[in-house]
Design a protein around this ligand. Sequence first.
Ligand code: ATP
Ligand code: MG
Length: 222
Amino acid sequence: MLAKMYKEYAVQRTFKRIGIMGGSFNPIHIGHLVTAEEAFSQFDLDIIIFIPSGQPPHKEPRKFAPAEDRYLMTVIATASNPHFIVSRIEIDRKGPSYTVDTLKELRKIYSSETEIYFITGADAILEILTWKTPEILAEHCEFIAATRPGYSLEKFKELHLLNENAKKLPKVHFMEVPALAISSTDIRKRLRNGQPIKYLVPEGVEHYLYKSQLYTTENYGS
Ligand code: ATP
Ligand code: MG
């Protein structure tokens, strides 16, 4: 019911510039939230839609926590921010999540008058060039590549320049965000080792993680 409400809220409003924050959110942490908020501000966006992935094609055979848990944690983490919403578009779709399918679906909701910005970290942007049909992505959206500790955007810039003339690649904007050396991998490890996760994830997510014992009972994703 709540999910439906969010969906309708997103559909009803006529947004001109939307940001998409895709990820496995396994679990969501403040690195994701700070990056999304920075894109919202720097690119003058109307809304950020968080889209937890179903079954990410690039990450198999890694096992993820159930989509419903990752979705709920994303809702909890974003609930207090009026310009953050969460979509079930990928978790409700059967089969692997391909960004291009998600963008096509979003384009059915938002006309070509709406600019779509797909936000990624410095690690994930590298994958764009390896996606099957980057030229189709280019038809639907532009990318925002955020700095992330431990990853260099320079390699991407070089590859991007090399490929620019060969294919019609999506436009990529670069964005500096306050450096947060936080990853879901590290949070899962901390939970397994009984180390603190306080202040690395929103308080509600911290409680959800302790209550559900999600990553301590099962080894979801190394
Ligand atoms: P994992 O360690 O399981 O891969 P993750 O922390 O990388 O998790 P993802 O869900 O894979 O989180 O990332 C979703 C998006 O958020 C990606 O585009 C990723 O680059 C970006 N991102 C994640 N953490 C940060 C961070 N600390 N700073 C900037 N961008 C980030
Ligand atoms: Mg990742």
